[in-house]
Design a protein around this ligand. Structure first.
Ligand code: GLY
Length: 396
């Protein structure tokens, strides 16, 4: 190649790098102060109820509460929010509440596995509790919970059974949902913190099998994959909370982005990094201008479909980590900028509850096909939003 041509290519390369790495900033302390203000409002409204917040419907100003002792998949998020708020403020009142709401989940730690959500329930709560307090009692609870979750693993299919209750009712002999990628984080954690080393193998086999069966050519995810229990083969990919079997349900794709980022962090296997990029890129390239997706990327009435802020918060948190794990500086900058754009939008008037409600965020969708939790504040959107803010702050 002629020297002039080499110089030209080098210039183009450096312009691309500098334009893509031009970082976008936002006021993270202001956003975290706002979260603390909202947490205090929620605390004073629900203290003493033995209930935990789940959603705030469009026309309501109050959290709809669920009892902490039942099998609701969201019960770990409120204690988790309290721990993140405590991590930022070191406020003793918040710390006491974090302990109280975490320990109120104890009944769940003593039961056999009801479904795969044990990770959401006990790792978002006790995981953060142990990380911030080092209390050995919490560690043991997580180790036990990991063993319990592993009882749902089927070596024949190579994945965890997500919903035992749907085996008979829907004739889904072994079903695995993409959300389950989040819950294997607890298995990795247990394997490296004194638990059974086989938990690492189970988590990695789950991630590999899911990578093989749960995605279409373009990297978009099915919500549910149904497997045969006799020979372990893939039977079909279907939806439960998305628009249709072949569409990209926004939160499902968000779970995949977060899940494969985490699996790469835990295994350091580049196959998972390349796959995390693939599932991320297919999501990013189809996002609307404001970086908050519609609840399903293929919903028929876009742009008049509801947005899902929860997916944006999950992805923002995941991309802050993926950008740090990246071995490609251009991709690292691209992912960090995308995450910050998501946080900027989520921190704008349109998405913040402010004085109107005690949540952090508006405009999430729980289960649209069931007509449930549409355009609401939802506890897990708030959890991943504050998690992303804490991650962003630590990087400054
Ligand atoms: N794990 C349930 C959901 O994402 O709605």
């Amino acid at each position: 190649m002629k020297p002039m041509k080499i110089l030209l290519l080098a210039c183009i390369g450096s312009v691309m790098l500098s334009s893509s790495s031009k970082s976008v900033q936002f006021d993270v302390d202001k956003a975290l102060d706002y979260c603390n203000h909202q947490v205090k409002r929620t605390l004073s409204a629900i203290d003493g109820t033995a209930m935990t917040p789940r959603n705030i419907p469009v026309n309501s100003e109050q959290w709809k509460l669920v009892p902490v002792s039942i099998y609701d998949w969201t019960v770990g998020f409120w204690p988790g929010i309290l721990w993140y708020d405590y991590e930022n403020t070191r406020n003793e009142e918040i710390g006491r509440a974090a302990v109280h709401y975490t320990e109120s989940l104890q009944p769940l730690t003593l039961l056999p596995a009801y479904d795969h959500d044990l990770g959401f329930q006990l790792f978002c709560s006790y995981g953060n509790a142990y990380r911030l307090t080092g209390n050995e009692k919490y560690k043991q609870i997580i180790l036990n919970a990991a063993d319990t979750l592993a009882t749902l693993f089927n070596p024949k299919t190579g994945t965890i059974l997500s919903w035992p209750r749907e085996v008979k009712s829907r004739n889904w002999p072994h079903n695995t949902i993409i959300d389950n990628m989040m819950n294997i984080e607890m298995l990795y954690w247990a394997a490296k913190n004194g638990g059974n080393k086989k938990l690492y193998d189970i988590a990695t086999r789950h991630a590999e099998t899911t990578m093989k069966n749960h995605f279409r050519e373009d990297g978009s995810s099915y919500h549910v994959v149904v497997y045969d229990t006799i020979d372990g083969r893939f039977i079909k990919g279907v939806t439960h909370q998305g628009y249709a079997d072949n569409t990209m349900w926004a939160r499902g794709q968000a779970w995949a982005i977060y899940g494969y980022t985490m699996v790469y962090r835990e295994t350091k296997d580049k196959t998972f990094l390349r796959f995390a990029e693939k599932v991320t890129d297919t999501y990013l390239k189809r996002l609307p201008e404001d970086h908050v997706p519609y609840w399903d990327f293929d919903a028929p009435d876009i742009p008049n479909e509801p947005k899902d802020a929860s997916a944006a918060a999950i992805v923002a948190s995941a991309l802050l980590e993926l950008s740090q794990l990246e071995d490609n500086p251009q991709k690292a900058a691209e992912y960090k900028n995308a995450a910050v754009k998501m946080l900027l939008t989520l921190s704008s008037d349109k998405y913040q509850s402010r004085d109107a409600k005690p949540s952090f965020l508006l405009h999430s969708v729980g289960h649209k096909p069931a007509g449930s939790e549409i355009d609401v504040s939802i506890i897990y959107a708030d959890y991943y939003y504050i998690e992303a803010l804490i991650k962003y702050k630590k990087r400054q």
